[in-house]
Design a protein around this ligand. Structure first.
Ligand code: PGA
Length: 260
């Protein structure tokens, strides 16, 4: 069974009450859908709201067994003098199942290299988490025709640092930088083309079933077109995941596409 995932990355948004209203809204609506067994829904709140989010998910477990909590980042070490950081083990301890690593905002604002992302990937797997590893090209890289090279290089460096086996247990999110938070989403054809390249590379690495999510200005109107594409297995949603109705519309599009 091919696995599909719709994940919401809340980034540094929501006050405490908003975070609890958001997860309550998502659970309420998702509870009314019949999710295929192959579909996971993941919410990734800021670290400080993980505990209350996990508690809400546990409370709704019988109605919404497929809704999971994820963190937005983790440190690559198990513990140590890293002020302000949070380890993958801590994230697992608090009840998360997933963690995003290598988001382009981490790469851009915190200088995270491919090799550091690979170490985070390894740490996440060692802690029993499922990493959602982000890759993607900048606008300049796309216009100069380097998209495939950039994405392939990102995947190759993940393999160098974490081993090919790591990709089998991971999720890849293709997120072109120019589409993130801009409202300029990649067309389904543009996304499918890169997803296919990623699929071919993953297949060479004996990880043909690793889910590949598209991220970058996904919304309630465009989601279903992505889910029709052969190599798109879900979405990593930023802005549109902050509204329960909109996020659940995207989940509904996934249910309609994959209710098998
Ligand atoms: P966006 O963000 O949906 O707001 O473009 C996606 C992401 O950064 O994961």
């Amino acid at each position: 069974m091919k696995q599909r995932i719709v994940a919401g990355n809340w980034k540094m948004h929501t006050r405490r009450g908003e975070a609890s209203d958001l997860v309550a809204g998502i659970l309420h609506h998702v509870g009314q859908l019949t999710l295929p067994d192959s579909l996971d829904v993941v919410v990734c709140p800021p670290f400080v709201w993980i505990e209350q989010t996990v508690a809400a998910l546990h409370g709704a477990r019988s109605m919404c067994p497929s809704v999971h909590c994820g963190a937005q980042d983790c440190h690559e070490e198990i513990s140590g003098a890293y002020t302000g950081d949070v380890s993958a083990q801590m994230i697992a301890d608090i009840g998360c199942d997933y963690v995003i690593v290598g988001h382009s905002e981490r790469r851009q604002y915190y200088g995270e290299s491919n090799s550091r992302v690979a170490r985070k990937l390894r740490a996440a797997l060692a802690a029993g988490l499922r990493p959602i590893v982000c890759v993607g090209e900048s606008a300049d890289e796309r216009t100069s025709g380097r998209t495939v090279d950039v994405v392939t290089q990102q995947i190759n460096e993940l393999v160098d640092g974490a081993g090919a086996d790591a990709l089998n247990a991971s999720v890849i999110a293709y997120e072109p930088l120019w589409a993130i938070g801009t409202g300029v989403a990649a067309s389904p054809e543009q996304a499918q083309e890169v997803h296919h390249t990623i699929r071919v590379r993953l297949t060479e690495l004996s990880a043909p079933s690793t889910p590949i999510l598209y991220g970058g200005s996904v919304n309630a109107l465009n989601a279903s077109a992505y889910f029709q594409c052969a190599d798109i297995d879900g979405a990593l949603v930023g802005g549109a995941s902050l509204n329960a109705d909109v996020f659940v519309s995207i989940v509904s599009a996934a249910v309609a596409a994959w209710n098998e």
